[in-house]
Design a protein around this ligand. Structure first.
Ligand code: S3P
Length: 173
């Protein structure tokens, strides 16, 4: 199944772009974080606090395996840390076309300041946390993605239009 999968750092725009993209393409939208929260009946911050990060990462791998069984094409947004695991990158590639939504650190700081829902960003200096995590993750995002789209200073419809052009084959991926 050639799903469209959006990866990228927290705050890059995966959820808002994914929802709009799905609407435009008349596809279902799913978000791995939402699937996990629904299946566990628990917010992600509570899962991290109660069971720890490795447990949450196992749940991410589980939902990717569930999505392998989907029989209709979807737009799938995945949590920012999901592509870090090699097994998950293999699963992502099998699931379809992976698109990396990329944003500059300044953009991310602006979008994420005041956020209390993301355990990886709590405590300490937000910019430092973002820079450190980005250094760990950027090469992995680039490795798994078929293409990257910058979301800085762009309106939602512009980002969505860029993606639809690519997936409709007007530009090669
Ligand atoms: C995480 C990103 C979050 C969520 C969890 C961990 C990360 O998803 O999966 O808080 O490690 O980057 P979003 O990227 O949708 O915020």
């Amino acid at each position: 199944m050639n799903h469209i999968i959006l990866i990228g750092f927290m705050g890059a725009g995966k959820t808002s772009v994914g929802r709009r993209l799905a609407k435009v393409l008349h596809l279902d939208y799913v978000d791995t974080d939402d699937m996990i929260e629904e299946q566990q009946q628990m917010q992600i911050s509570v899962i991290f606090a109660k069971h720890g990060e490795p447990y949450f990462r196992d749940l991410e791998t589980d939902v990717l395996k569930q999505l392998q069984k989907a029989d209709d094409r979807k737009v799938i947004a995945v949590g920012g840390g999901l592509p870090v695991r090699e097994e998950n990158r293999v699963l992502l590639r099998e699931l379809g076309t992976v698109i990396y939504l990329k944003a500059e650190v300044d953009t991310l700081v602006g979008r994420l300041s005041g956020d209390t829902t993301r355990p990886k960003l709590q405590g300490g200096d937000l910019r430092e946390r973002i820079v450190t995590l980005m250094q760990e993750r950027e090469a992995l995002y680039e490795e798994v993605a078929a293409c990257e789209i910058r979301t800085d200073r762009k309106r939602l419809f512009e980002v969505v239009a860029e993606i639809t052009e690519k997936v409709n084959g007007k530009q090669s991926l």
